[in-house]
Design a protein around this ligand. Sequence first.
Ligand code: GLY
Ligand code: MN
Length: 385
Amino acid sequence: MDDIIWMGNQPSVKELAKEVGIEKSYPFSKLKDLISSAIKAKRKVHFNPPYRYDNMMLLEELTGIKAAVTKEYASIELINAIVSLRSTKEACEIEEIDKACNIGYEMHTTAMRLCKPGVVEQYIAGVLDGIASSYGCMVSFPTILTQNGQTLHNHYHGNILDKGRMMLTDAGAERVSNYCSDHTRTVPVGGKFDSRQKDVYNIVLACHDKALELAKPGVTYMSVHLEVCKVLAQGLKEIGLMKGNVEEAVAAGAHALFLPHGLGHMMGLDVHDMEDLGQIHVGYDDKVRPSTQFGLSALRMGRELQEGFVITDEPGCYFIPALIDNWRGDKMHTDFLCYDKIEKFKEFGGIRIEDDILITPNGSRFTGEKRIPLTVSEIEDIMSI
Ligand code: GLY
Ligand code: MN
């Protein structure tokens, strides 16, 4: 009665279970007995790596494995089964992702229109949260919206936008079904890129397009990442920030001064889909193993692509003053990096462009009905309205 008084009539657990397709239920109160008898019979108890403390404590109670080490006893067989089930999306899942992306389109085009000198970042970030909320959704992760885009996951929204800077917005919607979108756009405050911003933007765009061109079934995302890095290094060489042989520069990891993260990750029921199961099981396989090289080691998704995967294509180019000072001080990659010129970009910020793509039989396609303005002219056009 108390629940009805405070919350109104609520569906029972049984009704909720039926809604998600669970036909046979088992009382939670008997779970401990069930697990105990399985353990006594020497059966293996399979569970996912827990990441919530309450689940760690529950698992300790059920299995006797101390909460601090439950993760180490997670079932690799179960993880692999879930990864194989969730990596390839069915039509109904793609439909949900497309719908989340349509909301993402509205969030990003609204951010572009609001991006004017004098506006506080927080105001725009709040409007984006409100758009997701108005569709009965949440944001798919805390919105990144900042004129200091050189900080990869910048959740500080307290700056007043200045003319001459760029605003990086990395944001998405998560539907009630939990399917997500995740896009990034970087736009000039006030609506017009200056020539230096345009140069760097077009290099990142060429990286983004290279990934789209190469991504298809049978190709590893590690190889796509490395090709994209070569496009970045070539572009930076053309504007005088890098020098020397591009292939050698990328092999040495010199470009990672500007791109210290990976090209993308799996997307789906979670924005970094299945990351909680362990990235090694989600983004790598027997053929493609993670690298320890700075930058490449941050690649979440390296494995061979298959039709039905939904992944992000999110290259960037960042000028991180502390990292520049650190590398310069250590004389890192002086054969490939033009530090005197790079020094002049310390106030530039950072650019990232991100789209969610579905791997199709012969290539890939954007998810969502409409592509968020992407080119310099498309962005300047929408910002002039
Ligand atoms: N969009 C945030 C991230 O991929 O980390
Ligand atoms: Mn992302």
